[in-house]
Write a protein that binds this ligand. Structure first.
Ligand SMILES: Cc1cc2nc3c(=O)[nH]c(=O)nc-3n(C[C@H](O)[C@H](O)[C@H](O)COP(=O)(O)OP(=O)(O)OC[C@H]3O[C@@H](n4cnc5c(N)ncnc54)[C@H](O)[C@@H]3O)c2cc1C
Length: 459
């Protein structure tokens, strides 16, 4: 419990209307984008400036009160859940786009800017921020940076870390630092911005970011390739790339996901297919046409039974709507869903898919796969029920083996959702102890009282 006098202090710093303490209000900040974990904070604070965050941090640090940063709360790894209570520091009122610099292809933003709002604003200037988590309607730039988020477009454009030039951070001690800068190149001492990108809110509050932007492509085209074999769909991913085409996007939906989406909102996806791959190629119109032809040719050569290029934007939008519905489709179908987030080298996708199928069979669990196949980033998801002990235990064992398989194949535990609350034990087991030790020392140096998002990554 936080002392009443401190609540008064927070109200003095940010204004009474920006502090929530009522039980029903706290409830709304007790979960993330899943139903997997729930824990209420003692107080939710909505700062409006960096200085306010710094003042709150100083108090939290002196009083050793846990602080959980929160943006849109759309993460799916428990990152924004105040598992130890304390303060939820929510940035949604720091949502200004401070500057768009067309000449230098950069923008300066506050952490609470929602990605969709940013891209609408940038679109007016013919620009865009390429990393595209499919939660773009609610995900904020602070959360996107803290999770190093990605999305379909990362095949060609890369993930968030490639688009952050500089950061303003409030450290857990309340000190305000500026790291990186506004230039594309910067080799001045250690590259500290990359310690904060993907730190999952455990090292400090991101209060401002300098973003690198791209000009909007002049043309784009969507292609859907239909497969009778899931592993073959996996193979097509790296065959396309090794044949010299780098599409903007390559996404995978398996038979289970296709049928579930069709059940939710019929879009005309092929329900009998074992898998579909969705491609988007973008760039100058002539190149897009050539790449489309090449994608059709290569996917047919490597086992697609049917390949069609969307005839217009309406058809293309329908396919991407289906892809975006993927997560909702999975989460709505069982009382408990373990939706994971591994990444493997692209050449290992078919082997990983086979392992997943074998593991699902071995433990007799219902599993589906979707994801950003073009990055080797897949979301194998097991449908289970935490109240059914036998079913749940089998699901846990199956997921453990899936993690082990990903790592054995040269992959990693998380491509974009982070370690969060649940993968800490795997993180420690599967990471070089010397590296774990270095990371722990960094955490202790920046956050000596362990107030920043305790319980995440480490415990
Ligand atoms: C339907 C759906 C689809 C999704 N699709 C994708 C996808 O395609 N790709 C992808 O990468 N992710 C995806 N996600 C996961 C999630 O949306 C992303 O991780 C997103 O970046 C989170 O942004 P947020 O603002 O909601 O952050 P939150 O959920 O509020 O927080 C995420 C983490 O960042 C920390 N944090 C938030 N703000 C700050 C800050 N200012 N300073 C320091 N730390 C901070 C939090 O403590 C937490 O650990 C999806 C989620 C859903 C529900």
């Amino acid at each position: 419990m936080i002392k009443e006098s401190l609540i008064g202090e927070f109200q003095r710093i940010v204004g009474k209307e920006n502090v929530l303490t009522k039980k029903e209000a706290l409830r709304a900040y007790s979960y993330d984008g899943t139903t997997s974990w729930i824990h209420e904070p003692d107080v939710v604070v909505f700062p409006r400036t960096t200085k306010e965050i710094s003042d709150i941090m100083k108090i939290a640090n002196a009083e050793k009160i846990p602080v959980t940063p929160r943006g849109g709360g759309t993460n799916v790894s428990g990152g924004s859940i105040p598992i130890m209570g304390g303060i939820v520091l929510c940035t949604t009122k720091m949502n200004k786009i401070l500057n768009v610099d067309k000449e230098n292809l950069t923008a300066t933003v506050e952490p609470g800017v929602v990605l969709m709002d940013l891209n609408i604003r940038l679109g007016k200037e013919g620009l865009f921020f390429p990393p595209d988590p499919q939660s773009f309607l609610g995900a904020t730039m602070g959360g996107i940076i803290a999770e190093n988020a990605g999305g379909p477009a990362c095949v060609k454009y890369g993930v968030t870390k490639q688009y952050i030039l500089g950061l303003e951070i409030v450290l857990p001690t309340g000190e305000i630092i500026n790291i990186g800068g506004r230039t594309v190149k910067n080799v001045v001492g250690y590259d500290l911005i990359h310690i904060f990108i993907s730190s999952e809110g455990t090292l400090g509050m991101i209060t401002k970011a300098e973003l690198k932007l791209n000009p909007l492509p002049l043309a784009r085209r969507t292609i859907m390739a239909v497969y009778d074999d899931l592993e073959m769909a996996g193979e097509s991913v790296f065959r396309i790339l090794e044949n010299g085409v780098i599409p903007g996007k390559i996404e995978l939906l398996d038979n289970w996901v296709i049928n579930r989406i069709e059940e939710m909102m019929p879009l005309g996806l092929p329900k009998d297919a074992e898998a579909v791959l969705l491609f988007e190629t973008d760039g100058i119109p002539e190149a897009v046409e050539k790449e489309t032809e090449k994608i059709v040719e290569i996917t047919k050569k490597y086992g697609a039974r049917d390949v069609r290029a969307a005839k217009d934007m309406d058809e293309a939008n329908k396919y991407w709507l289906a892809r975006r519905a993927g997560f909702a489709a999975v989460f709505g179908k069982a009382p408990t869903v373990m939706a994971e987030d591994i990444a493997v080298p692209r050449g290992k996708i078919p082997a990983f898919i086979k392992r997943c199928k074998d593991i699902a069979k071995k433990y007799n669990v219902e599993m589906c796969i979707l994801g950003h196949a073009g990055d080797g980033n897949l979301h194998p998801s097991i449908l289970t029920d935490v109240k059914n002990k036998d079913l749940y235990d089998r699901a846990v064992k199956a997921m453990d083996e899936i993690f082990e398989s990903a790592v054995e194949l040269g992959g990693v535990l998380s491509g974009e959702h982070g370690i969060g609350l649940e993968k800490a034990k795997f993180f420690k087991r599967m990471t070089d102890p010397v590296v774990v030790d270095i990371m722990k020392k960094i955490k202790a140096l920046l956050d000596p009282n362990n107030i920043m998002n305790p319980g995440k990554i480490w415990d």
